[in-house]
Ligand binder design. Structure first.
Ligand code: BG6
Length: 507
């Protein structure tokens, strides 16, 4: 056996007939199997209320895999499907966990999984505490001599600070922190992990990665889609809970953290926690200058009519839920004092793009003539998705007489690597979990720290009449968001085609 392969295991997926399982979890496991990263001995147990036989579940999964893991060949897929089993149960009924325990024991005996059990909660969050509590009633949380027990919990982890604390407290009654894997799929993205490598494996960046050289940092995450068929969920959550409290603050954590003592889970997680604890609280009087919220309005995009958010299914016709947020944040520590971090996120934006722009300060004094395309700031753009890569802009002497400076760029695209496919976030995260590596999972204290920062913003919206701006679908959000960034400056507006010379474009 390959010594780097994980031990045998059984993964139980709660909510196995749902979307997440079909679109993300099963495809991720299939790709891991295809890449031979999983042990020979493992199996997948889908559980849920919907009644399926093993065969029916395999057929359903097979169809999803043809669509969502299309590049894996049929032989590997068929072999993989044989590893799938299904168990019908009502996850809210404590008695049904007796049957689950029996099923797991049978599977363990038949495949020899050494009682290493992983539970994946791909269910609505209201079920988290129930499932965890009943697993523990049956002793399915107890780690025996040979058998680890781990639980992966999907976001949202809590609805606010209070509920996140409660949830942590409840889960910790049944599972220890080292058994709990709180997932944030952004940490599974290759390009997010690469932020650490960019910073700490290159001597050219870390010495200038601080307030003395960096003017500001922009984190943009734009989605061209609307809320699709998730209006019911989204209307209660909103953009801050859905994207900022978790994914985008995690990116900020990677950008801002101090050098960890090593690359181990707790070293990295200790440093990101400190970033979240250093976020300057946003008080009610700062809201107008630091937070802008918006909601998309009906519009026509490329000749196609697009509904307003309030017309989406499951959304209240007078909804005050934000689908766009722009925020100005400060990390109060010696490295970042007074450097503004901007976060901009929205649904129904002109393009789908997530990126981090690190804008360096201009040279203190320039002796050169500035050309029409010159920019005085060097800029490092970390493209998280979809055109994954890194772009660095610099001033170049315009060839010819004189010393005119024009802006050029060094541009790296992951697509140019020989190693072809960038693995999906869930592949890396599932593999790490079965190996027992928590580095890319959230620790309870960090989740609470992000909520502690976010809570006052949500409270302010709830209790004060703070304006919710409309923006036509297909635009970059309310123009008030542009004012956040300051006089004379603009956000970077990424083009659809980011391969242009500088990577910049103004709409
Ligand atoms: C999810 C949010 O966590 O992340 C969605 O609930 C959002 O609303 C999605 O669309 C974005 O993820 P990605 O990987 O497509 O950027």
């Amino acid at each position: 056996m390959n010594p780097h392969q994980p031990e045998p295991f059984i993964i139980t997926i709660f909510g196995a007939s749902g979307d997440l399982s079909a679109r993300k979890l099963l495809p991720a496991l299939l790709y891991l199997e295809h890449d031979r990263l999983l042990p020979h001995t493992y199996c997948i147990l889908g559980v849920g209320r919907t009644s399926f036989s093993d065969q029916q579940f395999r057929e359903k999964a097979g169809n999803a895999l043809k669509e969502h893991a299309a590049t894996v060949n049929a032989t590997v897929r068929k072999k993989f499907l044989k590893r799938l089993h299904y168990h019908v149960m009502n996850t809210s009924d404590s008695n049904d966990y007796i049957g689950l325990k029996q099923k797991l024991t049978e599977l363990d005996i038949s495949i020899g999984s050494s009682r290493n059990f992983l539970y994946y909660l791909a269910t609505p969050p209201v079920l988290y505490q129930t499932i965890i509590g009943y697993l523990s009633t049956q002793g399915l949380n107890r780690e025996e001599k040979q058998g680890w027990k781990r639980v992966i919990i999907e976001k949202p982890f809590g609805y606010d600070l209070k509920t996140a604390r409660q949830l942590n407290k409840e889960i910790l009654k049944s599972f220890k922190e080292n058994q709990i894997y709180r997932i944030d799929h952004y940490l599974g993205k290759e390009t997010v992990q690469n932020i650490l490598v960019t910073r700490f494996a290159n001597s050219i960046f870390e010495p200038v990665w601080n307030r003395h050289y960096i003017e500001r940092i922009e984190i943009t995450s734009a989605e061209s889609i609307g809320v699709e068929n998730r209006g019911g969920y989204y209307d209660k959550a909103g953009a801050v809970r859905d994207m900022i409290q978790n994914h985008l603050l995690q990116i900020l954590g990677m950008i801002a953290l101090e050098p960890p003592v090593n690359a181990e889970a707790d070293s990295i997680r200790n440093e990101t926690l400190k970033v979240f604890q250093s976020l300057r609280p946003i008080s009610i009087k700062d809201m107008a200058d630091q937070v802008i919220r918006g909601q998309y309005l009906a519009s026509t995009i490329q000749g196609k009519k697009v509904a307003a958010y309030r017309q989406e299914k499951g959304v209240a016709p007078d909804s005050q839920t934000e689908t766009f947020v722009a925020m100005k944040l400060f990390v109060d520590n010696p490295r970042w004092k007074d450097v503004p971090f901007f976060i901009r996120y929205g649904k129904r934006m002109p393009v789908r793009v997530t990126e981090v722009v690190v804008r360096f300060k201009p040279v203190a004094y320039t002796i050169f003539e500035q050309g029409p395309t010159s920019a005085q700031n060097n800029t490092l753009i970390i493209r998280i998705q979809p055109d994954e890569g890194i772009l660095l802009t610099f001033g170049l002497k315009t060839p010819g007489t004189g010393f005119e400076v024009s802006e050029k760029s060094l541009d790296f695209h992951y697509s140019s690597l020989e190693q072809t496919r960038l693995s999906e976030a869930y592949e890396r995260l599932l593999l790490d979990c079965v190996k027992g590596d928590q580095t890319l999972y959230l620790r309870g204290d960090a989740v609470e720290a992000t909520w502690k920062f976010i809570d006052p913003v949500l409270q302010a919206w709830q209790h004060h009449s703070i304006k919710l701006y409309g923006y036509p679908a297909g635009t970059w959000g309310p123009k008030e968001a542009d004012k956040l960034i300051g006089k004379g400056a603009t956000w970077r507006y990424p083009c659809k085609n980011l391969t242009s010379d500088t990577g910049f474009c103004q709409l």
